[in-house]
Design a protein around this ligand. Structure first.
Ligand code: MLT
Length: 427
């Protein structure tokens, strides 16, 4: 038991096979500006003009990577065989668009690619393109992709810790995905990102650890609207689909726990077990809703740093504030890096979330509840009541930790998670 636990913590892992490296897209997104000469008589970029903007972005991507002469020097030309543009919203002169490019398939003589244009100002998805190229030679006939070209477009393996980016509906989610084995989905809280789970992602070996940034957070897209617990849950299930994961044990911290409850409501068959960390089942009270409104105002007027200053005192336990100043600073910076649309969206989603207490008695998967003994946001008494209401849940209290226990007492939290995971029937 101890040996396996140590192995799960990555301490005695010499005999295990090398970890699988997840594939990530070859290309980083580029920004392109919309010029007035590209717009039509109505003053906006129409469907046809979008094709040119996407093409401009592809050339830019080539220029930054393998060079614009990639095809010339390999004596082939990428002829477009089919293209569809989902035109969602118009763009206007001066708009800056972030355009990404994700290769969906590399065939013997063809390439399939998806590109999305997102307006930088408000994170809105404007257009989505799907394009199929055939590589042709000088004689106009299809030619197998030369090795260099195939190599440029093939997805490459992520470096450890590098975030993969996956399109899931109207947003791209960034996710830290590591390891092999049954899936463990780690959903972070507010107002932070996947790095809340850094220690667990690094150490819970024997599991495929999937730690995404929810929409609006970290390196994921942050649209101006479209936030709700349902949207977060839908995004995560699409991400699991993209990663070809059927069922996963879901760990959710605080807001991540609210998302876990939503996953249970909407996709019960995908949840193989639950780890509820520093969270609550109740909906917001009227008072708490007023608090969300005040925080939305603070975010809009003072930005993410104002949110950090307001929230920090309660997010970390008193022991952490006293004994771990570098961690306090790290969390302050983590919050200050979040974007206002994502913060405002999450506050609205939490304010409007449903009461999950009726769900507790119906939970029929193994469940672990974890709470920091100094958690002031979702205190131990709430965790005890939640545990009692779930038919087969166990509670662990983490000493000298507050609301962000996985960061404040990383080894202790990873250890209890490893012990729980060891006993869970593998999804
Ligand atoms: C969180 O940590 O996710 C938030 O503090 C939860 C909340 O404000 O309800």
């Amino acid at each position: 038991m101890l040996g396996t636990t140590l192995q799960a913590l990555g301490i005695a892992d010499h005999a295990s096979p090398p970890p699988r490296l997840e594939a990530v897209s070859q290309f980083s997104p580029v920004e392109v500006t919309v010029y007035s000469y590209e717009c039509d008589a109505f003053g906006h970029l129409n469907q046809a003009a979008y094709l040119q903007v996407f093409e401009r972005a592809r050339w830019e991507i080539l220029a930054r990577g393998p060079g614009v002469d990639l095809f010339d020097r390999n004596q082939v030309w990428p002829a477009v065989r089919r293209v569809t543009v989902d035109y969602v919203l118009p763009a206007f002169p001066g708009d800056v668009l972030q355009v990404d490019a994700e290769v969906e398939k590399v065939g013997e003589t063809s390439l399939e690619m998806r590109q999305r244009a997102v307006r930088v100002r408000d994170g809105k998805l404007l257009a989505d393109l799907h394009i199929v190229f055939v590589t042709i030679g000088k004689d106009g006939k299809p030619k197998p992709l030369p090795a260099e070209v195939a190599g440029v477009f093939a997805p490459r393996q992520a470096r450890p810790g590098e975030l993969a980016r996956h399109s899931v509906g109207d947003v791209v989610l960034a996710a830290d995905v590591r390891g092999d084995g049954p899936a463990l989905l780690l959903v972070h809280g507010f107002p932070v990102d996947h790095s809340l789970w850094a220690h667990q992602v690094a150490t819970l070996k024997g599991w495929r650890r999937i730690a995404p940034d929810l929409r609006g957070c970290g390196a994921s897209d942050a649209p101006a609207d479209g936030y709700s617990m349902a949207a977060y849950a839908d995004d995560l299930v699409r991400l699991l689909d993209r990663l070809q994961v059927g069922r996963a044990v879901v760990a959710g911290l605080s807001m991540g726990g609210y998302v876990a409850f939503e996953l249970l409501r909407r996709y019960r068959e995908r949840v193989a077990g639950l780890i509820l960390v520093d969270t609550r089942a109740e909906a917001d009270t009227a008072d708490a809703r007023r608090g969300r409104e005040a925080m939305i105002e603070a975010a809009r007027s003072g930005g993410a740093s104002a949110v950090a200053e307001r929230m920090l005192p309660r997010l970390l336990g008193r022991t952490t504030h006293r004994t771990q100043p570098p961690l306090v600073q790290q969390v302050r910076e983590m919050i200050a890096h979040q974007r206002v649309p994502g913060i405002v969206g999450a506050l609205g989603a939490m304010r409007d979330r449903p009461d999950s207490t009726p769900l507790l008695a119906t939970i029929d998967v193994p469940t672990l509840v974890v709470v920091g003994e100094e958690d002031e946001v979702t205190p131990p008494a709430l965790a005890r009541a939640m545990t009692a209401a779930i038919p087969s849940a166990a509670l662990t209290t983490i000493a000298a930790a507050g609301h962000f226990a996985p960061l404040e007492a990383p080894s202790a939290v990873s250890r209890v998670m490893a012990e729980f995971l060891e006993a869970v029937p593998k999804p």
